[in-house]
Design a protein around this ligand. Sequence first.
Ligand code: NBP
Length: 471
Amino acid sequence: MKPMDIGVVGLAVMGQSLVLNIESRGYSVVVYNRTTKRTEAFIDSRTAGKRITAAYSLEEFVQSLDKPRRVFMMVRAGDPTDALIERLLPLLEPGDVLMDGGNAHYENTDRRCRVAEGHGVLYLGIGVSGGEIGALLGPAIMAGGSEEAYGIVGSILESIAAVGPQGSCCAYFGPHSAGHYVKMVHNGIEYAIMQALCEAYDLMHRGLGMVADEIADVFAAWNEAELESYLVEITERILRQNDPDSDGPLVEMILDTAAQKGTGKWSSQSALDLGAPSPSIAAAVFARIISSMKADRVRAEPLLSGPCPKLAMDRADAVDMLFSAVLCTAISAYSQGFRQLRSASKERNYGLDLAEVARVWMAGCIIRARLLVPMTKAFQRQSDLSMLLLAEPFRSLWEEHQTQFRRLVARAHEAGIPVPAMSSALDFVDAYRTSRLPANLLQAQRDFFGAHTYQRIDQDGTFHTEWEQVR
Ligand code: NBP
């Protein structure tokens, strides 16, 4: 049999979609899955007439590939990926390419790059965003690792990616874990924007007494304006979905507890390690954690007093304010994410091109949005842009919407409706634009109890005061 162009290991939702996508671009694909039944079901149901063949052992899988071999792993992140690599590496030869398309933690990718290198195998850690449909029709692809490997497989990856206003939404971002790091921050921004949309829904639903269809109309209108994005679009569609069992909106029948699988948490952990301020991403992770404390919340509701959760204002005015609030929160969250990428790039020597990151996020991925077009242009104009918010049109958008944003956050707080993503986004910008923050007092406090010393504004050097003697 003619050697196959590429092999995919892992035939769960993402793997299957990716295989069909690759084949549709003219490549022959050999597939392998640990559990044979899954392979058989896939071959029987989805591959008729396609250049897709199955292997039932890893040995057979590797032997059927053209050299240098191109192997794409699409299995569960963590230990399963390590277990698979351990079995694959002895079967591969120097110069073969091994790719991990799972949501790997970036430190695992660093380690795996080194292990693969030890075998002469060229390793790529690849962030794939877009879910099942994206993987099938065109995801955003964020590659990192061996540049030589990208030279071998880049044309395949670029052919299967989504096409945005500036071409294929696939790029090589830098050495070792650069691709997985970019994907992780992508997911962090995704957390923040999803949370902001949930807060907008809560404010309309509880705060303004709007029903799901009315809220869907608002999201539909936003999707025609600056907030046009995949997440706004799916939120509208979710709100329109009826539940046949209750004959009401399905969203109202869904339990209010959210999981957080890892990437948002990792993004926040890394931000803390780097000293990069990404508070809205962290707020979104904490919001999910609090949501999961359902029993606690049910117990606390009658015990802890608060205001009536109603926004005492005109509905149309409130909806206008909400638009400003979600827009400013999104801009703030993207700004935080890009800033984190900039810090990580310096610290971890990724050499990231942020214009390329924004360009790749323009289509295919979960955070694709109209706003990414001017973001890409902003980084193309100024590659060392330190804060996206400072560039046009974002500075002007901020100026236009910040008053409404503030009012909305204040009203939400008055009504006792939590808006952690929105308020952290506002606090972030307010802190960032304040030339003198109260950290002078903080330095003094640290020096008081720990003799940590402080700096002065009028003299160089470090200083210490015997504070206990001051009365
Ligand atoms: P899952 O994350 O559910 O993984 C299931 C796959 O992993 C199956 O093929 C399973 O084989 C295989 N696997 C496991 Br579990 N342990 C294995 C082992 N020790 N050796 C070999 N294979 C093993 O699948 P998914 O949702 O398609 O996601 C695949 C990857 O893509 C994940 O890393 C995920 O984080 C990432 N991702 C997912 C999405 C999404 O929207 N779902 C989006 C972007 C990225 P089996 O059939 O034998 O159990």
